[in-house]
Design a binder for this molecule. Sequence first.
Ligand SMILES: *Cc1c(COP(=O)(O)O)cnc(C)c1O
Length: 382
Amino acid sequence: MAAQSTPATRMQVPLLDLKAQYSRLREQIIPRVVDVLDSQFLVNGPAVRELEAQVAAASGCVEGVGTSSGTDALLLALMAMGIGQGDEVITTPYTFFATAGSIWRVGARPVFVDIDPVTFNLDASAVEAAVTDRTRAIMPVHLFGQMADMNTIMDVARRRDLKVIEDAAQAITAEFQGQRAGAMGTAGCFSFYPSKNLAGAGDGGMVVTQDADLAEHMRTLRNHGDSGQPRYFHREVGGNFRLDTLQAVYLQVKLGHLGEWNAARRENAALYDRLLADVDEVVVPAILDGNVSTFNQYVIRVPRRDELQAFLGEQGVGSAVYYPLGLHQQECFQELGYAAGDFPETERATRESLALPIFPELTEEQIGYVAEQIKAFFDRSS
Ligand SMILES: *Cc1c(COP(=O)(O)O)cnc(C)c1O
């Protein structure tokens, strides 16, 4: 084993550093939060409606409906479209649990289609073969910040009369051929969970849509089906899926910086791409022509992923596996009848993918250090 590329200084590079972002905005955030507390307008305060309009505009959409989480945004969209028992929704098994969990929770059946190994997104060319007479919707996920092939998906949806719910939890303001995440589907769902690009002070989410009637229906359903005309009369059963006023003001401050943060993530990604180009074992993320990724995650493919992850941890570098098990193999979905081997590209991705630190405040030195450690790992073992 040759003694090579031993870095001079050991660094700490966390996967995510939320304090770096917060400390720079603290002076702007605190007075807004205090204003809300002083007003005691804690639910449905004016900032909620303002944020809805701002996020809708930033997404090229007509309406935004704030929700208590990204998961509840998905649930609310499904409920408002009347999707439930006996219905099927086509989606990817390589995603965060909430995607299929929300479909299951409304009583519908998640029907999985494997991913495109280049982008990790739903293989749009395989969607139509999965359509049956029970299919009501397609739920593509814009994984890691790159939008799925929305042209193909929308084409199938139009011809087969299906709704499209974009799970854009990781992709707020991402672009596909000039269109923003959430703008092409029937509805698009965002998450403001603290690890997302537009990070709240806890849980929050939003549904955006071009359909004003759908938005109105969602506003009623997020408030137990109470349209307020008059109050306490319910034509249908909804839930409590509201976004807090405190979250809205916090997010308003952050929204003003989202563009610059996403640009910084893309610059960080470009630097990793250059530094890792000569490491044969590493496949860097592919962003297809016409796509602008928000790089919620920078996910590489490598052999001996678990060993590399352990090595990086020893060197002070945080990383994560998104995701270690395809949803078709989750215990809670056993009755769907899927088995190991059904989605080979998903299963390969669960073994090979590793997310590296990509948050906007990373320094070039930190990115250089991470790349150096990855090189050292493969040099050492080759
Ligand atoms: C984060 C996430 C969600 C759920 O959002 P929450 O706000 O955590 O409920 C849904 N889908 C995907 C792909 C996500 O990354």
